[in-house]
Each structure stands twice: as structure tokens, then as C-alpha cells.
Design a protein around this ligand. Structure first.
Ligand SMILES: Nc1nc2c(ncn2[C@@H]2O[C@H](COP(=O)(O)OP(=O)(O)OP(=O)(O)O)[C@@H](O)[C@H]2O)c(=O)[nH]1
Ligand SMILES: [Mg+2]
Length: 298
């Protein structure tokens, strides 16, 4: 009997949750950056092997801050935890479990696996033994040392996930990597390029909305996107002198979308101001949870 499970990947910001998803899927589905709070919405990725199917939900990093965006992110995590059969908690070396994490671990009523990521940064893995003990004290027993970057420990972690997964048929066709539409990943690809090219507060101030994603025969697919910034003063930064910065962004983002879609893309970017959108509950609700988000186009 094959196995199948929904697996929520949760943990503090920047520990490598999205990198792990991409690594298992062998494709750049989820945006990754060296800055925290890169992921702001759950990303669904499907891995089918001869053992069965795991449906991963990559979630935003757990943070306790106030504001509409952070509340939205916490709701995303809660949704993923509700949908999940298994919970993969991810941390990195040096991340000591505090009271909040202990509470979180106790609140999860499902099989919980811990992955300590980025062990490629640690010379001697024995140095992690005290940290492992602290997590064991919190009741965790399935503990893995991994590197989502080098692949170290990923096979053993996967085997453990399948071991704990319930028996069941695949939820989705085996060659399908996600249920989300291409326009969702186009927005994420543009966001990732923003994280790569701009500094300071710009990446977190940008919201990307795809106004049009049109597949065309005998012509490049058309993608029209709006970059909303929070303040008028951020507009010239995003555009750059003579539009130079946004041109660079466009080229980089287009390549990412072409890589994922496997089709030539014509990308148009516009910059608009949505004043303080991160604090605007109505904007966040409308823009970040469009009803079509989870529905595939085909
Ligand atoms: N050295 C090392 N770096 C890693 C590893 N996994 C991820 N990283 C890096 O850690 C940074 C954060 O990775 P992400 O995958 O974006 O982390 P995340 O947990 O999804 O972050 P949020 O979405 O912000 O919560 C990036 O610079 C990654 O390249 C790893 O195994 N080893
Ligand atoms: Mg992420």
C-alpha cells in the first residue's frame, strides 16, 4: 500500500524551509533569500516517489510581530498545520528553543519531526549534541541533522517522513509539482528578484500583483505585473535612475519565470503606491488571498 501525507514545514524565519522544499522537488518553486520573511504565503509542492506522495506546505517564518501582514502570515501557518498529517519543524544550529517554541511544540497534536538545517556550517556535528538534548527534553524524538543546500541528511529525513505517513493513495497526479497556478509563481519569482536586487526596507515593502498572465501561441507569453510600494519616496528607488534598476529587475525576473514555465516570456512591470499597504487589513486580505490562489489554471 502506498503512503500519502500533507507535510507542513514550519519554523523560525530564514532557517531554510523554502530551500528544503526546492531541494526535494528539484525545482525553484519557493522564493529563497538570505533575508528573513521571504516567504509570506504558503507554497504547495508535491513530491511523488515509489513510496508514495508527500504534499509539502512551505510556510512563512514564525514571528510574533503586530500588523496585517504578520497576522496574515500566522493564519497561513495555522492553515498549514490544520491541513497537515505531519509537521516538519525546522531550525538551524544555534537556535535554542525558547518558551514560545516549547509552547508551539506542545500545541502540535500530530507527528512532529525536527530538522536542524545548515549543518554544513558546523565543523563538528558533535557540537550539536547539547542542542539535540534540549529538543529531546521537549519531547521530540525524530531529530535530523540536515543541509538543504548540500543534500546532507535529506534522504534519511525523507525516509522518516514516509515512515510516519499514513497509508493512502496519491492526492495528485505523480508528475504534478504543485496545484498553484503559474501566475502565483510569477509573482513569487518577481519578489525573489526584488529581494536579490534591492536593499534596506524595499523588499518587504513591495507587493507584487500579476494583472495579466496570457499564454500566447507564436508569440511570447505576456505577464503584466504591478509592484506596489508603501510610500511615494520608494518609487524612484525601485525605478532607479533612468529606469535602470527596474530594467535589471525585469530581466532577472523574466529569466526566473521562463525557467519555471519553460516558455518565453514578455514581462511588463509597473510601479504603484499603495500607501502603508502592510498595515492595511483590507489590502492584505484582497491582495494576498485571492480566491483563485489555490486553483490551477488547467
Ligand atoms: N549554509 C546553508 N545555508 C542554507 C541552507 N539552507 C538554506 N540556506 C540559506 O539560508 C537562507 C534562507 O533560506 P530560505 O530557504 O529562504 O529560508 P526560509 O526558512 O524559507 O526563510 P523565510 O521564508 O524567511 O521564513 C538563504 O540564504 C539560503 O541559501 C543550508 O543547508 N546551509
Ligand atoms: Mg521561505
Amino acid at each position: 500500500m502506498p503512503k500519502s501525507a500533507f507535510v507542513a514545514i514550519v519554523g523560525p524565519p530564514n532557517v531554510g524551509k523554502s530551500t528544503l522544499l526546492n531541494s526535494y522537488l528539484g525545482m525553484k518553486l519557493s522564493a529563497v533569500s538570505r533575508r528573513a520573511q521571504t516567504t509570506s504565503q504558503n507554497i504547495l509542492g508535491i513530491l511523488t516517489t515509489k513510496e508514495g506522495q508527500l504534499v509539502f506546505l512551505d510556510t512563512p517564518g514564525l514571528v510574533e510581530r503586530k500588523g496585517a501582514v504578520y497576522e496574515f502570515m500566522r493564519t497561513e501557518i495555522t492553515t498549514a498545520l490544520e491541513d497537515a498529517d505531519l509537521v516538519l519543524l525546522m531550525v538551524e544550529p544555534g537556535y535554542e528553543p525558547g518558551e514560545n517554541l516549547a509552547l508551539f511544540i506542545r500545541s502540535v497534536k500530530k507527528s512532529l519531526i525536527l530538522a536542524i538545517n545548515k549543518v554544513d556550517n558546523v565543523g563538528d556535528k558533535n557540537l550539536l549534541l547539547p542542542l539535540i538534548e534540549r529538543y529531546k527534553d521537549l519531547g521530540l524524538s525524530d531529530i535530523h541533522l540536515i543541509s538543504a543546500l548540500t543534500g546532507d541528511g535529506l534522504a534519511a529525513l525523507l525516509a522518516n517522513l514516509f515512515e510516519l505517513a499514513p497509508e493512502g493513495e496519491a492526492y495528485y497526479p505523480e508528475d504534478q509539482p504543485t496545484t498553484f497556478p503559474m501566475r502565483f509563481f510569477a509573482a513569487e519569482a518577481i519578489r525573489e528578484a526584488v529581494f536579490e536586487l534591492y536593499g534596506e526596507e524595499i523588499p518587504h515593502s513591495v507587493f507584487v500583483e500579476i494583472e495579466e498572465y496570457r499564454e500566447q501561441n507564436r508569440k511570447k507569453d505576456l505577464v503584466r505585473a504591478v509592484l506596489y510600494v508603501e510610500r511615494e519616496s520608494q518609487k524612484p528607488i525601485v525605478l532607479g535612475r533612468g529606469g535602470e534598476a527596474i530594467k535589471r529587475l525585469g530581466t532577472r525576473a523574466r529569466k526566473k519565470i521562463e525557467l519555471l514555465s519553460g516558455r518565453p516570456i514578455f514581462l511588463q512591470l509597473h510601479v504603484k503606491v499603495a500607501k502603508n499597504w502592510r498595515k492595511d487589513e483590507a489590502f492584505v486580505r484582497r491582495a494576498m488571498r485571492p480566491p483563485e490562489k489555490y486553483l490551477s489554471e488547467d
